[in-house]
Design a protein around this ligand. Structure first.
Ligand code: BYC
Length: 320
Protein backbone atom coordinates (compact mmCIF):
# COMPACT_ATOMS: atom_id res chain seq x y z
CA UNK A 1 0.00 0.00 0.00
CA UNK A 2 1.23 3.48 -0.88
CA UNK A 3 2.79 5.37 1.98
CA UNK A 4 3.47 9.03 2.35
CA UNK A 5 7.07 10.11 1.71
CA UNK A 6 6.75 13.37 3.62
CA UNK A 7 9.53 13.51 6.24
CA UNK A 8 8.02 12.57 9.59
CA UNK A 9 10.20 14.81 11.66
CA UNK A 10 8.54 17.90 10.20
CA UNK A 11 7.32 19.67 13.36
CA UNK A 12 4.43 21.34 11.53
CA UNK A 13 3.11 17.97 10.39
CA UNK A 14 3.49 16.53 13.84
CA UNK A 15 1.66 19.49 15.38
CA UNK A 16 -1.17 19.14 12.86
CA UNK A 17 -1.37 15.40 13.56
CA UNK A 18 -1.52 15.94 17.30
CA UNK A 19 -4.15 18.67 16.88
CA UNK A 20 -6.31 16.20 14.96
CA UNK A 21 -5.91 13.63 17.72
CA UNK A 22 -6.76 16.26 20.35
CA UNK A 23 -9.88 17.18 18.38
CA UNK A 24 -10.96 13.53 18.49
CA UNK A 25 -10.52 12.96 14.76
CA UNK A 26 -9.90 9.52 13.41
CA UNK A 27 -6.55 8.88 11.71
CA UNK A 28 -6.99 6.94 8.47
CA UNK A 29 -4.45 4.83 6.53
CA UNK A 30 -3.54 7.45 3.93
CA UNK A 31 -3.19 10.27 6.46
CA UNK A 32 0.23 11.42 7.52
CA UNK A 33 1.30 9.89 10.81
CA UNK A 34 4.56 9.91 12.77
CA UNK A 35 6.63 6.80 12.22
CA UNK A 36 6.44 6.00 15.97
CA UNK A 37 2.64 6.01 15.79
CA UNK A 38 2.76 3.60 12.86
CA UNK A 39 5.28 1.38 14.68
CA UNK A 40 3.35 1.34 17.95
CA UNK A 41 0.10 0.48 16.20
CA UNK A 42 1.72 -2.23 14.12
CA UNK A 43 3.25 -3.75 17.26
CA UNK A 44 0.05 -3.67 19.25
CA UNK A 45 -2.27 -4.76 16.45
CA UNK A 46 0.04 -7.59 15.39
CA UNK A 47 0.24 -8.86 18.98
CA UNK A 48 -3.51 -8.64 19.18
CA UNK A 49 -4.02 -10.57 15.91
CA UNK A 50 -1.54 -13.23 17.03
CA UNK A 51 -3.42 -13.54 20.35
CA UNK A 52 -6.66 -14.26 18.54
CA UNK A 53 -5.00 -16.94 16.43
CA UNK A 54 -3.13 -18.62 19.29
CA UNK A 55 -6.25 -18.13 21.43
CA UNK A 56 -7.99 -20.75 19.31
CA UNK A 57 -5.67 -23.48 20.57
CA UNK A 58 -6.62 -23.85 24.26
CA UNK A 59 -10.31 -24.01 23.36
CA UNK A 60 -9.91 -26.00 20.14
CA UNK A 61 -8.50 -28.65 22.45
CA UNK A 62 -12.00 -29.20 23.91
CA UNK A 63 -14.20 -29.22 20.80
CA UNK A 64 -14.23 -33.00 20.50
CA UNK A 65 -14.90 -33.35 24.22
CA UNK A 66 -17.74 -30.84 24.65
CA UNK A 67 -20.44 -32.42 26.84
CA UNK A 68 -23.37 -31.89 24.44
CA UNK A 69 -24.08 -30.99 20.83
CA UNK A 70 -25.25 -27.54 21.90
CA UNK A 71 -21.99 -26.89 23.77
CA UNK A 72 -19.97 -28.25 20.85
CA UNK A 73 -21.73 -25.99 18.35
CA UNK A 74 -21.19 -22.86 20.41
CA UNK A 75 -17.55 -23.72 21.09
CA UNK A 76 -16.89 -24.32 17.38
CA UNK A 77 -18.56 -20.99 16.59
CA UNK A 78 -16.48 -19.20 19.22
CA UNK A 79 -13.20 -20.62 17.96
CA UNK A 80 -14.18 -19.77 14.41
CA UNK A 81 -14.97 -16.20 15.48
CA UNK A 82 -11.48 -15.93 16.94
CA UNK A 83 -9.93 -16.94 13.61
CA UNK A 84 -12.07 -14.23 12.01
CA UNK A 85 -10.90 -11.64 14.54
CA UNK A 86 -7.29 -12.55 13.86
CA UNK A 87 -7.70 -12.21 10.10
CA UNK A 88 -9.62 -8.98 10.52
CA UNK A 89 -6.86 -7.42 12.63
CA UNK A 90 -4.12 -8.69 10.27
CA UNK A 91 -6.01 -6.80 7.53
CA UNK A 92 -5.89 -3.77 9.80
CA UNK A 93 -2.11 -4.05 10.14
CA UNK A 94 -1.81 -4.11 6.34
CA UNK A 95 -3.37 -0.64 6.21
CA UNK A 96 -0.21 0.46 8.05
CA UNK A 97 1.98 -0.84 5.23
CA UNK A 98 3.13 -4.18 6.63
CA UNK A 99 2.79 -7.55 4.97
CA UNK A 100 0.82 -10.06 7.02
CA UNK A 101 3.15 -12.85 5.91
CA UNK A 102 5.99 -11.13 7.72
CA UNK A 103 3.82 -11.04 10.82
CA UNK A 104 2.88 -14.73 10.47
CA UNK A 105 6.56 -15.57 10.20
CA UNK A 106 7.34 -13.66 13.38
CA UNK A 107 4.64 -15.63 15.18
CA UNK A 108 5.92 -18.93 13.81
CA UNK A 109 9.57 -18.30 14.65
CA UNK A 110 8.67 -17.26 18.20
CA UNK A 111 9.88 -13.68 17.91
CA UNK A 112 6.39 -12.14 18.19
CA UNK A 113 4.44 -11.68 21.38
CA UNK A 114 0.86 -12.76 21.96
CA UNK A 115 -1.31 -12.64 25.06
CA UNK A 116 0.19 -14.42 28.07
CA UNK A 117 -3.17 -15.98 28.96
CA UNK A 118 -2.98 -18.49 26.13
CA UNK A 119 0.11 -20.11 27.55
CA UNK A 120 -1.85 -21.82 30.32
CA UNK A 121 -3.28 -25.32 29.87
CA UNK A 122 -7.00 -26.09 29.61
CA UNK A 123 -7.40 -29.07 31.91
CA UNK A 124 -11.16 -29.47 32.26
CA UNK A 125 -14.46 -28.58 30.61
CA UNK A 126 -14.94 -25.88 33.25
CA UNK A 127 -11.94 -24.09 31.72
CA UNK A 128 -14.10 -23.43 28.63
CA UNK A 129 -16.63 -21.64 30.81
CA UNK A 130 -14.03 -19.71 32.76
CA UNK A 131 -12.15 -18.64 29.62
CA UNK A 132 -15.37 -17.25 28.15
CA UNK A 133 -16.24 -15.51 31.40
CA UNK A 134 -12.80 -14.17 32.44
CA UNK A 135 -10.73 -14.04 29.26
CA UNK A 136 -13.41 -12.77 26.91
CA UNK A 137 -14.68 -10.61 29.77
CA UNK A 138 -11.22 -9.06 30.11
CA UNK A 139 -10.98 -8.70 26.33
CA UNK A 140 -14.29 -6.81 26.26
CA UNK A 141 -13.14 -4.39 28.99
CA UNK A 142 -9.92 -3.74 27.07
CA UNK A 143 -11.42 -3.62 23.59
CA UNK A 144 -14.50 -1.53 24.32
CA UNK A 145 -12.07 1.27 25.07
CA UNK A 146 -9.92 0.43 22.03
CA UNK A 147 -13.07 0.91 19.93
CA UNK A 148 -12.46 4.62 20.58
CA UNK A 149 -8.80 4.42 19.55
CA UNK A 150 -7.51 7.17 17.29
CA UNK A 151 -6.65 4.83 14.41
CA UNK A 152 -9.82 4.31 12.38
CA UNK A 153 -9.29 0.77 11.03
CA UNK A 154 -8.36 -0.59 14.47
CA UNK A 155 -11.22 1.19 16.25
CA UNK A 156 -13.76 -0.09 13.72
CA UNK A 157 -12.42 -3.63 13.99
CA UNK A 158 -12.92 -3.44 17.75
CA UNK A 159 -16.59 -2.49 17.40
CA UNK A 160 -17.37 -5.65 15.51
CA UNK A 161 -15.09 -7.85 17.57
CA UNK A 162 -16.60 -6.64 20.87
CA UNK A 163 -20.07 -7.62 19.66
CA UNK A 164 -18.86 -11.17 19.12
CA UNK A 165 -16.88 -11.24 22.36
CA UNK A 166 -20.10 -10.43 24.18
CA UNK A 167 -21.63 -13.67 22.91
CA UNK A 168 -18.46 -15.50 23.96
CA UNK A 169 -18.58 -14.07 27.44
CA UNK A 170 -22.24 -14.98 27.86
CA UNK A 171 -21.75 -18.54 26.71
CA UNK A 172 -18.80 -18.87 29.08
CA UNK A 173 -20.68 -17.42 32.02
CA UNK A 174 -23.64 -19.67 31.26
CA UNK A 175 -21.38 -22.74 31.34
CA UNK A 176 -20.06 -21.57 34.73
CA UNK A 177 -23.53 -20.80 36.11
CA UNK A 178 -24.70 -24.27 35.03
CA UNK A 179 -21.73 -26.02 36.65
CA UNK A 180 -22.21 -23.93 39.79
CA UNK A 181 -25.70 -25.42 40.14
CA UNK A 182 -24.46 -28.94 39.38
CA UNK A 183 -23.09 -31.89 41.34
CA UNK A 184 -20.35 -31.44 43.96
CA UNK A 185 -17.83 -32.72 41.39
CA UNK A 186 -18.97 -30.11 38.86
CA UNK A 187 -18.76 -27.34 41.45
CA UNK A 188 -15.28 -28.46 42.39
CA UNK A 189 -14.21 -28.55 38.74
CA UNK A 190 -15.51 -24.99 38.29
CA UNK A 191 -13.78 -23.69 41.41
CA UNK A 192 -10.53 -25.29 40.30
CA UNK A 193 -10.76 -23.58 36.89
CA UNK A 194 -11.50 -20.23 38.57
CA UNK A 195 -8.50 -20.71 40.87
CA UNK A 196 -6.18 -21.38 37.93
CA UNK A 197 -7.43 -18.64 35.57
CA UNK A 198 -8.10 -15.71 37.91
CA UNK A 199 -4.58 -14.35 38.29
CA UNK A 200 -3.49 -14.99 34.67
CA UNK A 201 -6.65 -13.12 33.58
CA UNK A 202 -5.60 -10.08 35.62
CA UNK A 203 -2.20 -10.29 33.91
CA UNK A 204 -3.84 -9.97 30.49
CA UNK A 205 -4.07 -6.21 31.06
CA UNK A 206 -0.29 -5.92 30.97
CA UNK A 207 2.25 -4.70 33.53
CA UNK A 208 1.27 -2.15 36.15
CA UNK A 209 1.33 1.42 34.89
CA UNK A 210 4.70 2.23 36.44
CA UNK A 211 6.29 -0.67 34.50
CA UNK A 212 4.51 -0.16 31.17
CA UNK A 213 7.01 1.37 28.72
CA UNK A 214 4.52 1.84 25.87
CA UNK A 215 1.59 3.34 27.73
CA UNK A 216 2.68 6.99 27.81
CA UNK A 217 3.05 7.22 24.03
CA UNK A 218 -0.11 5.22 23.33
CA UNK A 219 -2.13 7.36 25.74
CA UNK A 220 -0.70 10.57 24.30
CA UNK A 221 -1.82 9.54 20.82
CA UNK A 222 -5.13 8.16 22.12
CA UNK A 223 -4.58 4.63 20.93
CA UNK A 224 -5.05 3.61 24.55
CA UNK A 225 -7.70 5.66 26.34
CA UNK A 226 -7.25 4.04 29.77
CA UNK A 227 -4.19 2.66 31.50
CA UNK A 228 -3.49 -1.03 32.13
CA UNK A 229 -4.26 -0.61 35.85
CA UNK A 230 -7.49 1.31 35.24
CA UNK A 231 -8.80 -1.42 32.96
CA UNK A 232 -7.68 -4.18 35.31
CA UNK A 233 -9.56 -2.50 38.15
CA UNK A 234 -12.66 -2.16 35.99
CA UNK A 235 -12.52 -5.88 35.18
CA UNK A 236 -12.21 -6.80 38.87
CA UNK A 237 -15.11 -4.50 39.80
CA UNK A 238 -17.32 -6.10 37.16
CA UNK A 239 -16.31 -9.69 37.89
CA UNK A 240 -16.52 -9.88 41.69
CA UNK A 241 -20.33 -9.49 41.79
CA UNK A 242 -20.67 -12.06 39.01
CA UNK A 243 -18.62 -14.56 41.05
CA UNK A 244 -20.79 -13.83 44.07
CA UNK A 245 -23.94 -14.36 41.99
CA UNK A 246 -22.96 -17.91 41.07
CA UNK A 247 -21.29 -18.73 44.38
CA UNK A 248 -17.66 -19.20 43.37
CA UNK A 249 -14.73 -17.86 45.36
CA UNK A 250 -12.07 -15.75 43.69
CA UNK A 251 -8.68 -17.00 44.91
CA UNK A 252 -7.54 -13.78 46.58
CA UNK A 253 -7.69 -13.41 50.37
CA UNK A 254 -6.96 -9.69 50.01
CA UNK A 255 -10.04 -8.97 47.90
CA UNK A 256 -12.14 -6.35 49.70
CA UNK A 257 -14.56 -3.60 48.81
CA UNK A 258 -13.52 -0.03 49.40
CA UNK A 259 -16.74 1.95 49.84
CA UNK A 260 -14.93 5.25 49.39
CA UNK A 261 -13.34 4.51 46.03
CA UNK A 262 -16.10 2.04 45.07
CA UNK A 263 -13.39 -0.37 43.98
CA UNK A 264 -12.75 -4.00 44.81
CA UNK A 265 -9.17 -3.88 46.05
CA UNK A 266 -7.12 -6.95 45.21
CA UNK A 267 -3.83 -8.58 46.22
CA UNK A 268 -0.41 -8.31 44.62
CA UNK A 269 -0.05 -9.87 41.17
CA UNK A 270 2.90 -12.23 40.76
CA UNK A 271 4.77 -10.15 38.17
CA UNK A 272 7.66 -12.59 38.02
CA UNK A 273 5.23 -15.22 36.71
CA UNK A 274 3.86 -12.70 34.19
CA UNK A 275 7.31 -11.84 32.79
CA UNK A 276 8.34 -15.50 32.66
CA UNK A 277 5.28 -16.27 30.51
CA UNK A 278 5.80 -13.18 28.32
CA UNK A 279 9.43 -14.18 27.78
CA UNK A 280 8.41 -17.60 26.50
CA UNK A 281 8.74 -19.68 29.66
CA UNK A 282 5.09 -20.23 30.56
CA UNK A 283 3.55 -23.68 30.99
CA UNK A 284 2.45 -23.99 27.34
CA UNK A 285 4.52 -21.52 25.29
CA UNK A 286 6.50 -24.27 23.53
CA UNK A 287 3.37 -26.37 22.94
CA UNK A 288 1.43 -23.44 21.45
CA UNK A 289 4.25 -22.53 19.11
CA UNK A 290 4.66 -26.15 17.99
CA UNK A 291 0.91 -26.50 17.38
CA UNK A 292 0.82 -23.26 15.38
CA UNK A 293 3.81 -24.33 13.28
CA UNK A 294 2.29 -27.75 12.63
CA UNK A 295 -1.00 -26.18 11.54
CA UNK A 296 0.91 -23.87 9.22
CA UNK A 297 2.91 -26.71 7.71
CA UNK A 298 -0.17 -28.92 7.36
CA UNK A 299 -1.92 -26.08 5.52
CA UNK A 300 0.84 -25.68 2.94
CA UNK A 301 -1.01 -27.77 0.33
CA UNK A 302 -4.14 -25.62 0.78
CA UNK A 303 -2.19 -22.43 0.13
CA UNK A 304 -0.51 -24.00 -2.91
CA UNK A 305 -3.85 -25.25 -4.28
CA UNK A 306 -5.46 -21.83 -3.75
CA UNK A 307 -2.59 -20.09 -5.56
CA UNK A 308 -2.70 -22.62 -8.43
CA UNK A 309 -6.45 -22.14 -8.72
CA UNK A 310 -6.12 -18.34 -8.72
CA UNK A 311 -3.36 -18.50 -11.36
CA UNK A 312 -5.51 -20.75 -13.56
CA UNK A 313 -8.50 -18.42 -13.26
CA UNK A 314 -6.46 -15.35 -14.07
CA UNK A 315 -4.85 -17.10 -17.10
CA UNK A 316 -8.37 -18.02 -18.30
CA UNK A 317 -9.73 -14.50 -17.86
CA UNK A 318 -6.77 -12.89 -19.66
CA UNK A 319 -7.16 -15.38 -22.55
CA UNK A 320 -10.87 -14.53 -22.86
N1 BYC B 1 0.80 -10.86 27.29
O1 BYC B 1 4.13 -1.36 27.72
P1 BYC B 1 3.11 -2.44 27.89
C1 BYC B 1 -8.31 -11.69 23.14
C2 BYC B 1 3.97 -6.92 26.62
S1 BYC B 1 -6.72 -11.57 22.78
C3 BYC B 1 1.91 -10.81 26.54
O2 BYC B 1 2.06 -2.21 28.93
P2 BYC B 1 1.14 -2.10 25.85
C4 BYC B 1 -8.97 -12.99 23.04
C5 BYC B 1 3.74 -5.77 25.68
O3 BYC B 1 3.39 -6.24 24.41
C6 BYC B 1 -6.03 -10.60 24.06
N2 BYC B 1 2.66 -9.67 26.44
O4 BYC B 1 2.42 -2.76 26.49
C7 BYC B 1 -8.60 -13.87 22.03
C8 BYC B 1 5.07 -5.06 25.73
O5 BYC B 1 6.01 -5.77 24.93
P3 BYC B 1 6.83 -5.07 23.68
C9 BYC B 1 -5.02 -9.67 23.50
C10 BYC B 1 2.22 -8.58 27.11
O6 BYC B 1 1.07 -2.48 24.44
C11 BYC B 1 -9.19 -15.12 21.96
C12 BYC B 1 5.52 -5.27 27.16
O7 BYC B 1 4.80 -6.39 27.64
N3 BYC B 1 -5.53 -8.34 23.47
O8 BYC B 1 -8.78 -10.70 23.49
O9 BYC B 1 1.10 -0.64 26.20
C13 BYC B 1 -10.14 -15.48 22.90
C14 BYC B 1 5.23 -4.06 28.02
O10 BYC B 1 3.83 -3.83 28.18
C15 BYC B 1 1.05 -8.59 27.87
C16 BYC B 1 -4.86 -7.36 22.91
O11 BYC B 1 -3.83 -7.58 22.35
C17 BYC B 1 0.33 -9.80 27.96
N4 BYC B 1 -0.78 -9.90 28.70
O12 BYC B 1 -0.06 -2.78 26.66
C18 BYC B 1 -10.53 -14.58 23.87
C19 BYC B 1 -5.50 -6.01 22.97
N5 BYC B 1 0.89 -7.37 28.41
O13 BYC B 1 5.91 -5.09 22.50
C20 BYC B 1 -9.94 -13.33 23.95
C21 BYC B 1 -4.63 -4.93 22.41
C22 BYC B 1 1.92 -6.63 28.00
O14 BYC B 1 7.15 -3.66 24.11
N6 BYC B 1 -3.45 -4.70 23.18
N7 BYC B 1 2.72 -7.35 27.23
O15 BYC B 1 8.01 -5.95 23.49
C23 BYC B 1 -3.41 -3.93 24.30
O16 BYC B 1 -4.39 -3.41 24.79
C24 BYC B 1 -2.05 -3.67 24.89
O17 BYC B 1 -1.08 -3.98 23.92
C25 BYC B 1 -1.76 -4.44 26.19
C26 BYC B 1 -0.30 -4.15 26.61
C27 BYC B 1 -2.68 -3.94 27.29
C28 BYC B 1 -1.92 -5.95 26.02
Amino acid sequence: MAQTTVPQEDPALLAAFEARIAAGESIEPKDWMPERYRKQLTRMMAQHAHSEIVGMLPEGNWITRAPSLRRKMSLIAKVQDEAGHGLYIYCGTETLGVDRHDLFNQLLDGSAKYSSIFNYPTLSWADMGVIGWFVDGAAIVNQTVLAKASYGPYARAMVRICKEENFHKRQGFEICATLAKGTPAQKEMLQDAVNRFWWPSLMMFGPSDKDSPNSAELLKWRVKRKTNDELRQRFVNLTVPQAQAIGVTLPDPDLKYNAETKNWEFGEIDWSEFWEVVQGNGPCNAERLAARNKAHDDGQWVREAALAHAAKRSAKSSAA
